[in-house]
Design a protein around this ligand. Structure first.
Ligand SMILES: *Cc1c(COP(=O)(O)O)cnc(C)c1O
Length: 361
C-alpha cells in the first residue's frame, strides 16, 4: 500500500477529453468538435476585452455584484439567487461538493455530459447512470433509479451530445418526484439556442430543490474566457458561496461577461443563424443517408450504420481538415457529434461526408 493516497474516488476519475483543434499537416482546419460559436464573440465584447488591460494590479470584486445585476436585469431574475463561476463547470462542482459525498449517489443519464460522473467521483460519491429512451432523457427511469442515497440528479436540457430536449412539464415532474433532500441540476448550457426558453428559471423560483446552470462558453462565443453562472434558491446559493473562492473570477472575466450578457442582439443573431444552418445541415446529411434526431442545440448527432463507418468517416473528415467529435465514450459509438459551423463550415462538412459516402477514404 502506498503511504500517500488521494481521497476515495479520485483515482477512478477518467480525465475529461476535450475536442481536438488541429490536424497534423493541414492548415485550413474547420473545428466542429467543441460546440463553440463559429461567429465568435460580438464586437462590443471584443472592444470591452481590449480595454481591460488597465488596473490589473487591483483585485476583482468578490461579490460579482455588477455581473449578477446585469444577468438579473437581462433575464428578469433575482440577483441574490445568482452565483458566478469559472465556467458553469465550476458551479456544477460547487453543487456536487456541497451536497454529495462518500456513500451518496449522483444520478445522470446514459448519454449525459461526461463531467457529471467526474464530479461525483471528485467528492467520493457513486455515479449512477440511468438509461435514456432513444437518446432522450427518461424521467420515469431516473425516478425509478433514485434511492435514499441520491443527492443530485444532473440533466442537460438541451442535452449534450444528443441535442434532444424534454419539456418543462417533464422537468417539473422529475423535480417533484425526487427523494427528500435531493437536488435536480438543470444544466442549461444550450438554453439560448432554444427560442423563448427560460433554462428552468421558473422551476428554480417555484421549488426548493432545483438549480439551473448557464454558460458564456456557447452562444456568447466565450469558451476561452471561462465564465458561467447558476440560479438557485437563496439557501442553496448561501451554501455554494461558502465553497467559492473569493476571487474565482478575474476582473477581465467579470467585465467581459457583463458586456456580453448586455449584448442580446448578438445572442439573437447567433441563435437565428444556428437555427437556419442546423436545419440545412441536418437535411443535407439526411439526404446522404446520415440521419439525426431533431437537435435543439448548436450541434447535430449524426448517426452512421455502425462504429466502423462512424470512425472511417471521422478519419476521412480529419484528412480533409474537418474536426468533429467522436462520442463512443458517451455510449454512442456509431455517431459523430458535429457542431453547427458558419455557412462555409456547414457546406464543407456536408460536402466531405458526401464524398465519404461516395467511397472516398
Ligand atoms: C459546454 C457545456 C457546459 C459548459 O461548460 P463551461 O464550463 O461553462 O464552459 C456545461 N454543460 C454541458 C452539457 C455542456 O455541453
Amino acid at each position: 500500500m502506498p503511504r500517500i493516497k488521494p481521497q476515495p474516488g479520485i483515482l477512478d476519475i477518467e480525465l475529461y477529453v476535450g475536442g481536438s483543434s488541429s490536424v497534423e499537416g493541414v492548415s485550413d482546419v474547420v473545428k466542429l468538435s467543441s460546440n463553440e460559436n463559429p461567429f465568435g464573440s460580438s464586437d462590443v465584447v471584443k472592444q470591452t476585452h481590449a480595454k481591460t488591460g488597465h488596473a490589473l494590479h487591483r483585485y476583482p470584486n468578490t461579490d460579482h455584484a455588477s455581473l449578477r445585476a446585469a444577468i438579473a436585469e437581462v433575464h428578469k431574475l433575482d440577483a441574490e439567487r445568482i452565483i458566478c463561476g469559472v465556467g458553469s463547470d465550476e458551479v456544477l462542482q460547487f453543487v456536487t461538493q456541497a451536497y454529495a459525498g462518500v456513500g451518496d449517489e449522483v444520478v445522470y443519464t446514459e448519454h449525459g455530459f461526461s463531467m457529471y460522473p467526474i464530479l461525483a467521483r471528485m467528492v467520493g460519491a457513486t455515479p449512477v447512470k440511468v438509461a435514456e429512451r432513444e437518446r432522450i432523457v427518461d424521467v420515469d427511469a431516473i425516478l425509478a433509479a433514485c434511492t435514499k442515497k441520491t443527492k443530485i440528479v444532473f440533466i442537460a436540457n438541451p442535452a449534450n451530445p444528443t441535442g434532444t430536449m424534454i419539456g418543462t412539464a417533464e422537468v417539473a415532474r422529475l423535480a417533484d418526484g425526487l427523494p427528500e433532500g435531493a437536488i435536480l441540476v438543470h444544466d442549461g448550457a444550450y438554453t439560448e439556442y432554444v427560442e423563448g426558453h427560460d433554462g428552468g428559471a421558473a422551476l428554480v423560483e417555484s421549488r426548493d430543490n432545483v438549480v439551473m446552470t448557464r454558460t458564456f462558453s456557447k452562444i456568447y462565443g466565450l469558451g476561452g474566457l471561462r465564465v458561467g453562472w447558476g440560479y438557485a434558491p437563496k439557501e442553496i446559493i448561501d451554501v455554494l458561496n461558502r465553497l467559492r473562492q473569493p476571487f474565482n473570477l478575474s476582473t477581465v472575466q467579470l467585465t467581459v461577461a457583463e458586456a456580453a450578457v448586455r449584448d442580446q442582439a448578438w445572442v439573437e443573431k447567433c441563435r437565428s443563424e444556428n437555427t437556419r444552418l442546423r436545419a440545412w445541415l441536418a437535411e443535407a446529411l439526411a439526404e446522404l443517408g446520415v440521419p439525426s434526431d431533431t437537435s435543439t442545440a448548436n450541434f447535430i448527432l449524426a448517426r452512421f450504420a455502425d462504429q466502423e463507418e462512424a470512425e472511417a468517416c471521422d478519419d476521412y473528415l480529419k484528412s480533409q481538415g474537418i474536426i468533429v467529435r467522436r462520442v463512443a465514450g458517451y455510449g454512442l459509438p456509431n455517431c459523430l457529434r458535429i457542431t453547427v459551423g458558419d455557412e462555409a463550415g456547414c457546406r464543407r462538412v456536408a460536402h466531405a461526408i458526401g464524398q465519404f459516402k461516395d467511397g472516398a477514404r
